[in-house]
Design a protein around this ligand. Sequence first.
Ligand SMILES: [Fe+2]
Length: 188
Amino acid sequence: MSLQLQYGRPQSLMGWVETNRARLKPPVCNAAIYPDGDYIINMVGGPNTRTDFHDNPTEEIFYQIQGNCHLNIWDRDRFDRIDIREGELFLLPAHVIHSPQRPEPGLCLLIEKPRPQGALDSLQWYCPRCAGLVWRASKQLESLVDDLPKVYEMFYATTDEERTCKQCGTVHPGRDYAAWQALRQASA
Ligand SMILES: [Fe+2]
């Protein structure tokens, strides 16, 4: 009798990438390598930039295989930045509020944990001028690939009025990362 392996034999990671290359492009950019396994193991492609910040109740492991990326960080009303360069491994602690930016083509192996019941993920959008919270949504996350884009679309559908910062009156530009970054640099 042959060995029963639910997820198959060891496979070539880059072979998997070649087969699934089309799934690593915007708007989603990531795909689960073992969608039925206990671990959440995703490959993330690029380029892709985004304006959302993610508050994850669990840790995230980044292994940047190709290209360079960085995480914009929001921490106590200030923005910061963590560069993850090609070949680097990074374990992001839970609840470090981060916005992954992939300005160049690349590949990143991203490993996450299934969320315990009651541990919610949040997506948050911050004012580029004063770092005040403009909009947020929380969710019991079941699928990384399917659940998050639905929340993005809710934010992108908001009006300018709904995206106006209550602290300083700046209108958040929505999904346009270049515009968000330009406003941020203008006020730095
Ligand atoms: Fe503001």
